[in-house]
Write a protein that binds this ligand. Structure first.
Ligand code: MG
Length: 472
């Protein structure tokens, strides 16, 4: 068990106490009880959970929880239950695998809400959750605060807030406690003592397209750290699609800030990835985003900046270099030293073009992506040439699949092993694509994988290879 530094321990104790106070008993109701709790609160929204308990002496075969949310609040995503919505009224019923409850057995489902309104008028299996009374009056005063002093800041938090407001102590024994502030040395990175470091970890799904909020879950992150030896997690914040950063900036930024603060609590590194394909078309948005985050999080040793995931086939010198220079200027105004990993042309494959004309500055690395059914010795030769010219590389995405993420279900493990060996030889850090459930082979998780981790029996696609490589 990890040892918390005193400050972190106090913060954790306060959080536990407040979250405990927020747990709201809304049953029993004869056949079942339903407990509601807030798992995480980021000011403009929260993650909630209901736990249903079978209070009868007999097995039950189904459950149904209904509640209302006040105007201005809505459920965005739900998991482990079937959701139907009618205006402000929400109904959640069991799925095929979690409807049967033994006596005293429990099932739970979770959801994220935009807005701060909590459920009211809860019923479970048609009876008022509080045993006939309207549930909401049974709330104690401690159940009514709409936000906790969670380390997850509101996305509307003042950019002028003191950077020291964020926790900075890394729990003993964690990757960040071990390596500290990273810097570029030669073509790799070094820790605070000057020793070479190769970080290994995984990337989130596009945050706007996750099937469940896996990326924002602290329990999942610490589970991956302790069971997969994950050292770095990449927050792939989608930018251009509908619902991503440009159309819903508050939600996207809240997700990223939750992930940053979870990484601090867990003592792992976190890559803030502007997951875009045409970011140069709105450079100002990227400059504003990174400048704001650098001001508030640039003092943390955990943070690595990735200003542009995968540019398309655009010119390095005339298009991408000016973009990176503009974003870096915004970052370096507030954060002089954290590593930034710069996207390269052709979906971050043309590292040779960056090597021929690198961006001026310190602690800069360059992005290389590979998918082993598509990219083989030719791309490694290109990367070798870039390394010989002194270009520091970081593989922020890879898959043992075709470049489409593995739609055909194929896994090319021998070639992926060649890449893993090459990265180890060259001390090149990596994060594998991607933490989500889905059909293509780069989805690491199988259906039913809980949001909170514990995935030993839920690995999918190339996940067994990725996890074995991370542990090796
Ligand atoms: Mg810094």
């Amino acid at each position: 068990m990890r040892v918390l530094k005193p400050v972190a321990a106090v913060v954790a104790a306060v959080l536990v106490a407040l979250l405990g106070a927020l747990v709201l008993r809304v049953g029993p109701a004869g056949a079942a009880a339903a407990d509601f709790g807030v798992v995480n609160d980021w000011g403009s929204g929260y993650q909630g959970q209901f736990t249903i308990t079978n209070n009868t002496p007999a097995r039950t075969s189904s459950w149904r929880v209904e509640f209302d949310l006040p105007a201005g609040s809505r459920v965005e995503q739900a998991w482990n239950a079937q959701q139907t919505t009618s205006g402000t009224h929400y109904t959640f019923t069991n799925l095929s695998w979690n409807g049967t409850l033994e006596p005293a057995g429990t099932a739970s489902f979770g959801f994220t809400v935009t807005g701060s309104g909590r459920p009211t008028g809860c019923t479970v299996n048609g009876a008022a959750c509080a045993g006939g009374a309207t549930p909401s009056p049974t709330r104690t005063p401690t159940a009514t605060p709409t936000r906790t002093p969670s380390p997850t800041a509101s996305p509307t938090a003042s950019p002028t807030a003191s950077p020291t407001a964020s926790p900075t102590a890394s729990p003993a024994g964690t990757p960040v406690a071990r390596y500290g502030q990273l810097r570029v040395c030669g073509t790799t990175m070094c820790d605070r003592t000057g020793a070479r470091v190769q970080l290994q970890g995984i990337s989130s799904m596009w945050l706007n397209w996750q099937s469940q909020p896996y990326a924002e879950n602290l329990s999942a992150l610490t589970w991956m750290r302790d069971n997969w030896r994950l050292e770095v997690f990449r927050a792939a914040m989608g930018v251009e699609p509908g619902g991503a950063y440009l159309s819903d900036p508050a939600r996207a930024r809240a997700q990223v800030e939750t992930i940053i603060k979870n990484a601090v609590t867990a003592g792992v590194y976190v890559i803030v990835d502007y997951h875009a394909h045409e970011a140069q078309n709105n450079t100002a948005a990227a400059v504003a985003f990174f400048s704001d985050l650098a001001q508030r999080y640039g003092h943390l040793p955990n943070v690595i900046w990735e200003p542009y995931n995968e540019p398309l086939q655009v010119d390095w010198v005339s298009v991408l270099k000016p973009y990176h220079q503009a974003v870096l200027a915004g970052i370096r105004r507030h954060d002089p030293d954290n590593i930034a990993v710069l996207g390269t042309p052709t979906w971050s494959q043309d590292v040779d073009k960056a090597a021929a004309s690198p961006v001026a500055g310190t602690n800069l690395m360059y992005t290389l992506h590979f998918y082993s059914c598509t990219h083989t010795t030719g791309l490694r030769a290109k990367a070798d040439a870039a390394l010989r010219l002194g270009l520091p590389l970081f593989v922020t995405e890879w898959g043992a699949s075709h470049a489409d993420g593995g739609l055909d279900g194929r896994i090319c493990e021998p070639e992926a092993q060649a890449w893993i060996d090459w990265m180890r030889t060259n001390s090149i850090s990596w994060t594998a694509w991607k933490l989500d459930v889905g059909n293509d082979t780069t989805n690491l998780l199988a259906p039913g994988a809980p949001v909170t981790g514990g995935w030993s029996n839920h690995l999918h696609g190339h996940a067994p290879f990725v996890v074995a490589s991370m542990r090796d």
